[in-house]
Write a protein that binds this ligand. Structure first.
Ligand code: DHB
Ligand code: MG
Length: 221
C-alpha cells in the first residue's frame, strides 16, 4: 500500500544519498533501548534540518523539545566551530539520554541541554547570555505551540528561520471531527502566524517512515 511505498522510498533515498550514519543511527538505537517513544524525525528530515540550518548560515540554534537529542545532533552539525545551540527539555530522563548522545556525537562544548518547562526557560535565554537565535526548531508538546511561537519570536531577529514539526498530523489539521487533541493548538499556532506580518511562512507536507505529517517553515522579516 501507499504507506509501505512511503517507507520504501524513504529507505531508498536514505541509502542512496547516505543520509544516516553510525552516529545518528546509534542515537536512535540508544533512545529505543531507553524506552523513549520513537517519534524522532526521519533521518531524511534530520538531514533536511541540517541543510536548512546550514543554508541559513546559522551561528546560533534553539530547539524546543530535545527528546533524546536526535534532531539536536543533526542541527548541531550545521553549526560553525564557534556556533552554539540550546535545546530545551522538560523530562530529566530524556535530558540525561540526550546529553549522552550529544557527548558521543562530539558536541558537548557547543550544545547545552536546558532542563525544565520550555515556557520557564525561554524568557530567561537572553539574560543567560544567549544571542537572538538564527534558527529555531519547535518540536515539543503540541498544546504548547502557540506559546512557544510567541516566546520564539521574542528571541528572534531579522532573518531568523523558524521550523516547526508535526503541523499536519495525518491531515487531521483540517478535520474538525478528528478528535486529535493537538489540532486546536496547531491551528491556533497557524492562526497566529497568519495574523503576523513579521514572518513569512509556508508548510511542506511530508510522508515517510513516520507516516503523513509536515513542517512549518518561516523566516522573520
Ligand atoms: C508526537 C510528537 C512528535 O514530535 C512527533 O514528531 C510525532 C508524534 C507525539 O507526541 O505523538
Ligand atoms: Mg516531532
Amino acid at each position: 500500500d501507499l504507506k509501505e511505498t512511503w517507507k520504501d522510498v524513504d529507505a531508498y533515498f536514505n541509502d542512496e544519498l547516505k543520509v544516516s550514519d553510525e552516529v545518528t543511527n546509534s542515537i536512535l538505537k540508544k533512545n529505543e533501548e531507553a524506552g523513549l517513544p520513537p517519534i524522532e524525525v526521519a533521518a531524511t528530515h534530520g538531514k533536511m534540518l541540517f541543510l536548512l540550518a546550514k543554508m541559513s548560515g546559522a551561528g546560533s540554534i534553539l530547539e524546543i523539545g530535545t527528546h533524546g537529542g536526535y534532531s539536536t545532533v543533526w542541527l548541531a552539525r550545521a553549526l560553525p566551530k564557534d556556533g552554539l545551540m540550546a535545546t530545551l527539555e522538560v523530562s530529566d530522563q530524556h535530558a540525561d539520554i540526550a546529553e549522552d548522545n550529544i557527548r558521543n556525537a562530539g558536541f558537548e562544548d557547543q550544545v547545552t541541554v536546558i532542563r525544565g518547562p520550555a515556557l520557564e526557560s525561554l524568557p530567561k535565554l537572553l539574560e543567560r547570555g544567549y544571542p537572538r537565535f538564527d534558527f529555531i526548531f519547535i518540536d515539543a508538546n503540541k498544546d504548547g505551540y502557540p506559546e512557544y511561537l510567541e516566546e520564539a519570536l521574542n528571541v528572534s531577529t531579522t532573518g531568523t528561520v523558524i521550523v516547526a514539526d508535526n503541523v499536519v498530523r495525518q491531515g487531521r489539521v483540517i478535520d474538525p471531527d478528528s478528535g486529535e487533541k493537538s489540532v486546536p493548538h496547531i491551528r491556533k499556532f497557524i492562526d497566529m502566524l497568519s495574523e503576523n506580518d513579521e514572518i513569512e511562512t509556508t508548510v511542506i507536507q511530508t510522508v515517510g517512515r513516520k507516516g503523513y505529517d509536515g513542517f512549518l517553515l518561516g523566516r522573520v522579516k
